[in-house]
Design a protein around this ligand. Structure first.
Ligand SMILES: Nc1ncnc2c1ncn2[C@@H]1O[C@H](COP(=O)(O)OP(=O)(O)O)[C@@H](O)[C@H]1O
Ligand SMILES: [Mg+2]
Length: 371
């Protein structure tokens, strides 16, 4: 017969997907009862009652208990008391604050929940910029992020286009972040952790905050969000060289940049301004992505609808590499019926493979360099 201890031991291996800690360690498993026929009943105490990952947790617990020989499994769900939640939030803060640097990363005077910005942080920051909107920055951001995640990297995305946030929609994210006593947990999709202003805006109403508020928002995305450890943090910047772009430059001086352009010469000229700013602020430019570079015809030939050469010209001008030329194409809707993420190209598609290559190239360059 199974014992309470057997069950606790088994559930030590089941983690809360958002906090990446075992349910047992989080004291989320209570009231365990087992009868002679190995029918198990227990209560799972969720961090918040509307926990978006309830179904996942339920399945993981049931599967694990069946694995060790449970017969029927009956779960009851509860939620933590305010006091328990506050204690958990305090623990999350303390853990981040107690990181190797001992200060958990300072964000302009605030102690951050995530030590991403600490001086000994191993996280590689990549800001995706462009001279103007509509060239595919957000598309590049979400596809590069998912390509890196497919390689097993731990990846976060900050949608820093505060007015023009689009990452949640593009990735097909419907849920809002879980907030535990003011500690915000990023939303995870395609194994990428995401934070966006879009999560906090009701009914798509316009965001009317101005300069200082924007900077504060961006800092909050670091200081109030429990990112956990990340290998890569990709930032989708607003177009141009405005306040937010400048803020990123000052907050994350170690950030590298990818500049997105279309193949048209004028677009490349405008993008050069974003590049000039990166150079002026001493941000290393990882390279240029030429998006909408051509249309691939069924016979294999390429139709350069929007002109040709802009990406290469810009890369030369900025003395950097042309990382990729991404053709025109919509993600295959058929392939993503189950999990509609309107702007994510499936890994096996032509464009999906281009993003995989780009991710491999970037990993090789950054990880060889930092050893
Ligand atoms: N390679 C591409 N082929 C076809 N459509 C694309 C491509 N890249 C981006 N798009 C589309 O172009 C529009 C602008 O892209 P987006 O990533 O939102 O640009 P930005 O973030 O620079 O404003 C979106 O509707 C997007 O789906
Ligand atoms: Mg965008």
């Amino acid at each position: 017969m199974l014992t309470e201890q057997n069950i606790l031991d088994a559930l030590k291996e089941v983690k809360d997907p958002e906090l990446n800690k075992s349910l047992v360690e989080l004291n989320m498993i209570r009231n365990i009862q087992v009868d002679q026929d190995n029918n198990v009943s227990l209560t799972v105490v969720l961090t918040i009652s509307g926990c978006p990952l309830k179904a996942t947790i339920e399945q993981d617990v049931v599967n694990k208990l069946k694995e060790i020989g449970a017969n029927q499994v009956e779960l009851t769900f509860g939620s933590m008391t305010d006091q328990e939640r506050a204690a958990l939030a305090q623990r999350l803060r303390a853990e981040a604050g107690g990181g190797q640097s001992g200060q958990g990363g300072q964000v302009q005077g605030h102690t951050a929940i995530s030590p991403l910005l600490a001086s000994d942080s191993k996280t590689q920051f990549i800001a995706v910029t462009s001279g103007k909107g509509g060239v595919g920055k957000s598309t590049v951001t979400v596809n590069l992020a998912t390509a890196l995640a497919r390689m097993g990297k731990r990846v976060g995305v900050i949608d820093a286009d505060i007015y023009g946030f689009s990452v949640p929609d593009m990735m097909g994210i419907k849920q809002r972040p879980t907030v535990i006593d003011e500690v915000i947990l990023p939303v995870e999709k395609h194994r990428v952790k995401v934070m966006s202003m879009g999560f906090f805006v009701e009914d798509n109403s316009p965001v009317i905050w101005r300069g200082p508020m924007l900077g504060k928002m961006l800092r909050n995305f670091f200081s109030e969000v429990h990112w956990g450890e990340l290998d890569y943090m990709i930032l989708d910047l607003p177009p141009g060289t405005g306040d937010v772009a400048l803020d990123v430059h000052t907050m994350i001086p170690q950030s590298k940049e990818i500049i997105v352009t279309t193949p048209h010469a004028t677009a490349a000229f405008v993008a050069a301004r974003a590049g000039a700013m990166a150079l002026k602020t001493n941000h290393e430019i990882l390279g240029v992505v030429e998006n909408m570079a051509y249309y691939q015809l069924p016979d294999g030939s390429k139709d350069y609808i929007f002109g040709r050469g802009g990406g290469e010209k810009l890369a030369n001008e900025l003395k950097t590499e042309l990382l990729a030329q991404v053709p025109l194409g919509q993600p295959d809707r058929e392939a993503s019926v189950d999990n509609p993420s309107p702007s994510i190209y499936p890994a096996e598609s032509l464009i999906g493979r281009i993003y995989t290559q780009m991710a491999e190239n970037i990993v090789q360059r950054l990880e060889v360099k930092t050893g």
